[in-house]
Each structure stands twice: as structure tokens, then as C-alpha cells.
Design a protein around this ligand. Structure first.
Ligand code: COA
Length: 177
């Protein structure tokens, strides 16, 4: 049975988050090619996951199969979500939410107090998810995406190390139960 057929039957399944390793990259690159017009290369992922002190890269797995991944970098008190993606058959099932929780928690552990990201102006599903994590637009990068010339919206979440923000994370965790 294919992954698509298996996942459209609404059966409950366990999602496990773990650090991204070299052995996951074949699956990561497969998803990357499906969801991004300008996919990252194997070399770039290898460079990123090697930087364990200031980077946090996670994969989400179902039955040992990688179904999503994301990454964050932290410089001083500023964290940045570098990428996040979910395999299309698994989208809309809170796997992106799980990854965001993991990435923000990892950013806080590394000293992050603000978290930023860029998102395509047309990517409203992702923007809705980020808003649910307290991100708000702070600016536009004109023509940021070279392949299409599309603008990026820069979004920020402030004070992620506070009790107020902990409540946002708890509300998102509650949605998973
Ligand atoms: C963006 C992405 C990572 C979200 O992951 P996901 O697992 O599909 O998202 P979730 O199921 O956790 O949804 C979280 C919230 O996102 C928003 N959302 C997700 N899919 C949506 C859709 N198709 N339309 C509108 N809002 C949507 C909703 O607000 C949702 O909350 P809700 O379930 O209470 O309505 C995923 O859709 C993806 O990989 N997209 C392609 C790659 C991409 O765009 N990455 C982001 C680049 S900045």
C-alpha cells in the first residue's frame, strides 16, 4: 500500500521528532524537490547539520519514514527558521506544528529570544501557521526568491523565552493531543 493511500484513511499514527542525520538526507531531498522550486543541495544540508552548536535540524518520522523536517540557526539571542517542510500527503495533519514547537524549543535552549523567518508572499498556509506561533510581519524583502522574483515577508516572534510565549507553545502542544 502506498504512503498516500495509507495516510488518507485517517488512521491514527505516531509522529516522532529526532535530530536530522546524514542517513535522513535522501528522504529530505525527495521532499525538498517536491515542495520547493529551488531545493537545497545535499552539500548545504550536510554543512548545516554539522554545525550542532548553533543549528538545530529535526526530522519528523512516521514508522521510521521521514515525512517532514525543519531547521533553525541561533546567533546570540536571535534565532532564524531556515527551512520547514512536510511531505505533501502528510500536510495539514499538524506535523508542521510539531516541527515548529521543536525548532522554537531548540532555539530557546540555545539562547534565542526572538525568532525570525522569511515566507513567500503567496504562501498563506505557512503564514497562518506562523501567526499561530505568535509571528507577525515586520517587513518585505523585494524579489527575495530569485527563481520567481516573488517578495518575501519577514516575520518575527518576540520574547519567546517568556512565560507569555510559553502559553502559546502550550496551546499549540494541546492541539496535538
Ligand atoms: C507550511 C507547512 C510546513 C505546514 O505544515 P503542515 O503540517 O501542513 O501544517 P499543520 O497541519 O501543522 O497546520 C498548522 C496551521 O497552518 C495553517 N495551515 C496549514 N495548512 C493550511 C492550508 N492548506 N490552508 C490554510 N492554512 C493552513 C493553519 O493555520 C493550521 O492550523 P489549523 O490546523 O488550526 O487550521 C507545509 O504545508 C509545507 O511543507 N508546505 C510546503 C513547504 C513550505 O511552504 N514551507 C514553508 C516555507 S516558509
Amino acid at each position: 500500500m502506498s504512503a498516500v493511500a495509507r495516510r488518507t484513511d485517517q488512521q491514527a499514527y505516531e509522529v516522532e521528532l529526532s535530530p536530522m542525520r546524514r542517513r535522513h538526507l535522501r528522504s529530505v531531498l525527495r521532499i525538498e524537490a517536491l515542495v520547493y522550486p529551488r531545493p537545497w543541495s545535499m552539500t548545504l544540508f550536510l554543512q548545516e547539520i554539522a554545525r550542532r552548536r548553533d543549528r538545530a535540524y529535526l526530522v519528523a518520522k512516521v514508522d521510521a519514514e521521514v515525512v517532514g523536517y525543519g531547521g533553525a540557526m541561533t546567533v546570540g539571542s536571535e534565532a532564524h527558521i531556515t527551512t520547514i517542510a512536510v511531505d505533501p500527503p502528510y500536510q495539514g495533519q499538524k506535523i508542521g506544528t510539531r516541527l515548529m514547537i521543536g525548532l522554537i524549543e531548540a532555539s530557546i535552549e540555545r539562547g534565542g529570544r526572538t525568532v525570525s523567518l522569511e515566507v513567500r508572499k503567496s504562501n498563506t498556509p505557512a503564514q497562518r501557521m506562523y501567526e499561530k506561533f505568535g509571528f507577525h510581519p515586520v517587513g518585505i524583502r523585494k524579489g527575495y526568491y530569485i527563481e520567481t522574483g516573488e517578495d518575501a515577508i519577514v516575520m518575527w516572534a518576540d520574547n519567546v523565552d517568556t512565560d507569555t510565549y510559553a502559553e502559546i507553545l502550550e496551546a499549540r502542544r494541546a492541539e496535538l493531543r
